[in-house]
Ligand binder design. Structure first.
Ligand code: C2E
Ligand code: MG
Ligand code: MG
Length: 715
C-alpha cells in the first residue's frame, strides 16, 4: 500500500497538503507530522513512498530532516519534496545536498503540488519495483547457486560411490604416474588401500613391471591427448592368481582443455576368456575323442600350406576309415562303439609324432596331417604303422575286438595345393583302398576320380538291381574224383547290369559288402537257390548238394540261422542237401556267436565248407572247433600245381590236414587234365572247375545233370 508522509509545523498547511495528497492515489495512506523528530522516528519503522516536508521548522529545518531521513535504512531512494518560501539559492543548495528530490514554492500552487507529487510517486514506485525485481532475482540466483553446489557435492559423492561399486578397476593417475584416485574394486583386487596408493605409482599394487608398462601407456595418452584402444593384459591378483583384464586409458582434461590425468579402467574378463577358450576348444575338438575336429584340421592344413608355400617342403594328408565299423557298432551297441572309437583315437595319437595332427572327421573317419615330409616313403611308413596299430586286438569291456582300417594318402604339393582338393583326394584314395578289400593304404592318383565315380554309380545301380530283380544264379558242378560223378553244385551270383551285361561278383561284391547291400542280395541268393533246388527235386532229378556262399557281413548284420530256417521252410528244400561256404573271416570274427549259429544249423542238417582255404589264416583251430565238412583249396594253389613246388606242398598239406580230421577236401579252379591227375594223385576228394563245367544258367545245368551225373570224358 502506498504511504505518503507530510511534515509541517503548521496545522493549516498539514491539512491542506494532506487533502491534496489524498487525491494522488486511491486508497493511499497519508501520515502527517508536526515535528521532524517525531517524523524520523515514525518513518524509520515505515516504508514511505513519498515524503513532503516544510523547510522552516523548529528543532531542525527541511534540509537537515532530509539528510537524516536519507540515513534511515529505507530512506535512500524515497523521493523527498521540500517546500520552501525562501527565494534563496543557498537554502535550496543545502536541501539538494541533503538529498532533496524536488522543490515546491510556498504558497503552494495546488495543481503544481499534485503534478509534482504524482510524478515523483510514479518514479518512486517504478524504482521500488525495479529494486524488488533485482532483489528477488538476486535471491533466486543465490538459491540456485546454493542448490547447484549441493547437487554437485551430492553427485560427486554419489559418483564416487558408483565408481566404487563398479566391478572394474578404475583409477586416475597424474603426469608423474602417481595415483590420484583408486576405486574400491582395485583396492580390493590388489590388496593395497587407496590411501596407500594415492600419491605413488602402481608398483606397490601390481609390481614394478606393471607400473612401468602402465606409465609408458599413460605417457602416450598425455602426449597424444586421445584414449588408447582397449587392450588385454594379465594382472596377478592378491592371491597370486593371474587374471585377464580388458583395459582402456583415456585422458581427463581441466577447464582449459589440458590433459591433467589419465583415467584407467580395467574389466576382469578372465571368466569370459575361459569360456571363450572352452568354446574354442569345443568348436575345434571332437567331443568323444577330444581329437581336433575337421575345423581345426583345416586350420592346421591352412597353416601348413602357408608355411610350405614359402619353404618348399611337403606334407602328407592321411584319410583313415575303419573297415566295416558300422557292423561292429550295430553289433556292440553305440556305447561300446564309442569306447572303441576312443581307443582308436588313442592308438592313432600314439602312432604319430608330436608335430603331426590326428583329427576325427566324424563317424569312423580320422585324418592325419603328417608335417615335414622328406619323401613319399615317410607317408607309406606312417600309413603302415597306423594300419598295424589298429589291427591289434582291442579289449573293450572284457570283449576282444579286431578292426582294420583303410588309409588314403595325398601329398602336398603333388596331389593338390588347395585344402578341399587335398582332403577330397585323400578321401578318394581311401575309398580305393576300401574297394580293394580294406586293411590297406593307397596313394592318391589322378585316375581315382574316375574309378570312385564309377564306384558310386555302381552302388546306385546295385540298389536299382535289387529293386528290379536283375540278379541270376549260375550253377557249377562239383565232381567226385573217384567216381567222376557230379555230387554237388555251387550257386554263383551274376548281375545283369543294364547297358553293361553280365557282371561277375568280384566286380560288385566289395562295394555291396561295404554298403551292406550284400545282406538283401545274399538273402535273395539263398532263397533263389533253394527254390531252384526244390524245383529240380520235384522234377525227379537226382538230389545234389547245393552250396551257397555267405558273406562275413551277413554274420555281422543278420541272424543267419533265422534266415536259413525261414528259407528252408518257405521253399521246402531239404536242409540235408544245403551246404554253406564260409570264409575264414566269418569264423574268426565273433567266434562264439558263429559257432553257436553253425551248431544250430548243423542240427538242421546243413553242412559247411571253408572256402578259399589257404589264403587266410588257415588256422587249425577253426577246423577243429567248427563243424566243418569240407575244405575248398583255393584256386590260386591249383593254378600253379605243376610249376610251383611250394604250391604242391601246400595242396598236399591241406589234403592231409583235412583227412586227418575227417574232413573232405575239394579243389577249386581245376582247368586242366594235369591239374586233375595231380590232385587225384594227392588224394583230393572232389574237384570243381572249367574242366568239368563252367558255372551255367539253371536250364543248361539241368541239361548237364539230365545226361546222368558222370562226366563222360572222365570215365
Ligand atoms: P568262390 O566261392 O571261390 O567261387 C569260385 C569262383 O571261381 C567263381 O567265380 C567261379 O566262377 C570261378 N571258377 C570256377 N571254376 C573256375 C576255373 O576253372 N578257373 C577259374 N579261373 N575260375 C573258376 P565267381 O563266380 O566270379 O565268384 C567269385 C567269388 O564271388 C566267389 O568265389 C565267391 O567268393 C563270391 N560269390 C559268388 N557268388 C556269391 C554269392 O552268392 N554270395 C556271396 N557272398 N559271395 C559270392
Ligand atoms: Mg565259393
Ligand atoms: Mg573259392
Amino acid at each position: 500500500m502506498t504511504l505518503i508522509a507530510i511534515l509541517d509545523d503548521r496545522v493549516t498547511n498539514r491539512n491542506i497538503f494532506s487533502r491534496l495528497a489524498g487525491t494522488l492515489e486511491d486508497g493511499a495512506e497519508v501520515r502527517t507530522f508536526g515535528d521532524p523528530r517525531e517524523a524520523l522516528e515514525n518513518l524509520a519503522r515505515a516504508d514511505p513512498d513519498l515524503v513532503i516536508t516544510d523547510f522552516k521548522m523548529p528543532h531542525m529545518d527541511g534540509a537537515e530532516f532530509t539528510r537524516r531521513f536519507r540515513d534511515l535504512p529505507n530512506g535512500a531512494d524515497v523521493p523527498v519534496i521540500v517546500i520552501t518560501v525562501y527565494e534563496d539559492r543557498g537554502f535550496r543548495l543545502r536541501a539538494l545536498e541533503a538529498g532533496a528530490t524536488d522543490f515546491l514554492q510556498s504558497p503552494v500552487d495546488h495543481q503544481e503540488f499534485i503534478t509534482r507529487a504524482r510524478n515523483l510517486l510514479k518514479l518512486s514506485k517504478q524504482q521500488r519495483l525495479i529494486k524488488s525485481r533485482a532483489l528477488s532475482l538476486e535471491h533466486e540466483l543465490a538459491v540456485s547457486e546454493h542448490s547447484r553446489q549441493a547437487l554437485l557435492r551430492d553427485s560427486r559423492e554419489r559418483l564416487a560411490q558408483v565408481i566404487d561399486t563398479i566391478p572394474a578397476m578404475i583409477s586416475a593417475t597424474d603426469e608423474a604416474g602417481a595415483y590420484i584416485f583408486v576405486n574400491a574394486y582395485q583396492a580390493h583386487f590388489s590388496g593395497v588401500d587407496p590411501e596407500q596408493c594415492v600419491g605413488s605409482d602402481a608398483a606397490a599394487a601390481f609390481g614394478p613391471a606393471y607400473a612401468a608398462r602402465s606409465r609408458a601407456l599413460d605417457r602416450l595418452v598425455f602426449e597424444g591427448g586421445e584414449a588408447l584402444p582397449a587392450y588385454e593384459e594379465e594382472i596377478i591378483d592378491r592371491a597370486g592368481m593371474p587374471r585377464v583384464f580388458l583395459t582402456t586409458k583415456s585422458p581427463l582434461r581441466d577447464a582449459g582443455n589440458q590433459v591433467v590425468s589419465v583415467l584407467t579402467s580395467a574389466i576382469d574378463i578372465t571368466e569370459r576368456k575361459h569360456a571363450e577358450s572352452r568354446l574354442r576348444h569345443i568348436a575345434h575338438h571332437d567331443q568323444l575323442t577330444q581329437l581336433p575336429n575337421r575345423l581345426l584340421l583345416q586350420q592346421r592344413l591352412q597353416r601348413e600350406l602357408a608355411r610350405n608355400r614359402r619353404g618348399g617342403r611337403q606334407f602328407a594328408l592321411h584319410f583313415i576309415d575303419l573297415d566295416r565299423f558300422k557292423d561292429i557298432n550295430d553289433a556292440l551297441g553305440h556305447q561300446l562303439g564309442d569306447q572303441l572309437l576312443h581307443a582308436v583315437a588313442g592308438r592313432l595319437r600314439h602312432a604319430v609324432r608330436e608335430s603331426d595332427t590326428v583329427a576325427r572327421l566324424g563317424g569312423d573317419e580320422f585324418a592325419i596331417l603328417q608335417a615335414d615330409l622328406r619323401e613319399a616313403e615317410d607317408a607309406s611308413a606312417l600309413a603302415r604303422q597306423v594300419i598295424e596299430a589298429l589291427s591289434q586286438p582291442f579289449g573293450i569291456e572284457g570283449q576282444t575286438l579286431t578292426l582294420s582300417a583303410s588309409v588314403g594318402i595325398t601329398l602336398y604339393p603333388a596331389d593338390g595345393n588347395a585344402l578341399d582338393e587335398l582332403l577330397r583326394n585323400a578321401d578318394l584314395a581311401m575309398y580305393r583302398a576300401k574297394a580293394d578289400g580294406g586293411a590297406a593304404f593307397r596313394f592318391y592318383c589322378a585316375d581315382m576320380n574316375q574309378s570312385v565315380r564309377e564306384a558310386i554309380r555302381l552302388d546306385a545301380d546295385l540298389r536299382q538291381g535289387i529293386a528290379q530283380d536283375q540278379f541270376v544264379l549260375h550253377f557249377q558242378p562239383q565232381v567226385n574224383v573217384e567216381t567222376g560223378r557230379i555230387v554237388g553244385m555251387e550257386a554263383l551270383l551274376r548281375w545283369q547290369r543294364p547297358g553293361i551285361g553280365l557282371v561277375k561278383p568280384g566286380e560288385f561284391l566289395p562295394i555291396a559288402e561295404e554298403t551292406g547291400l550284400i545282406v538283401p542280395i545274399n538273402a535273395w541268393v539263398l532263397r533263389e537257390a533253394c527254390r531252384q533246388g526244390r524245383a529240380w527235386r520235384d522234377r525227379g532229378l537226382m538230389p545234389l548238394r547245393l552250396a551257397i556262399n555267405l558273406s562275413p557281413v551277413q554274420f555281422r548284420r543278420q541272424n543267419v540261422f533265422d534266415l536259413v530256417l525261414e528259407v528252408l521252410q518257405e521253399t521246402g528244400f531239404d536242409a540235408n542237401f544245403l551246404e554253406l561256404e564260409l570264409t575264414e573271416t566269418i569264423l574268426m570274427e565273433n567266434a562264439e556267436t558263429s559257432v553257436r549259429t553253425l551248431r544250430a544249423l548243423q542240427e538242421l542238417g546243413v553242412t559247411f565248407a571253408i572256402d578259399d582255404f589257404g589264403t587266410g589264416y588257415s588256422s587249425l583251430s577253426y577246423v577243429k572247433n567248427f563243424p566243418v565238412d569240407r575244405l575248398k583249396i583255393d584256386q590260386s594253389f591249383v593254378r600253379n600245381l605243376k610249376t610251383d613246388p611250394s604250391d604242391t606242398a601246400i595242396v598236399r598239406a591241406i589234403i592231409n590236414l583235412g583227412h586227418s580230421l575227417g574232413i573232405e577236401v575239394v579243389a577249386e579252379g581245376v582247368e586242366t587234365r594235369e591239374q586233375f591227375t595231380q590232385l587225384a594223385a594227392e588224394g583230393c576228394d572232389e574237384v570243381q572247375g572249367y574242366l568239368f563245367g563252367p558255372p551255367l544258367i539253371a536250364a543248361d545245368f539241368e541239361a548237364l545233370i539230365g545226361k546222368g551225373h558222370t562226366l563222360p570224358y572222365l570215365a
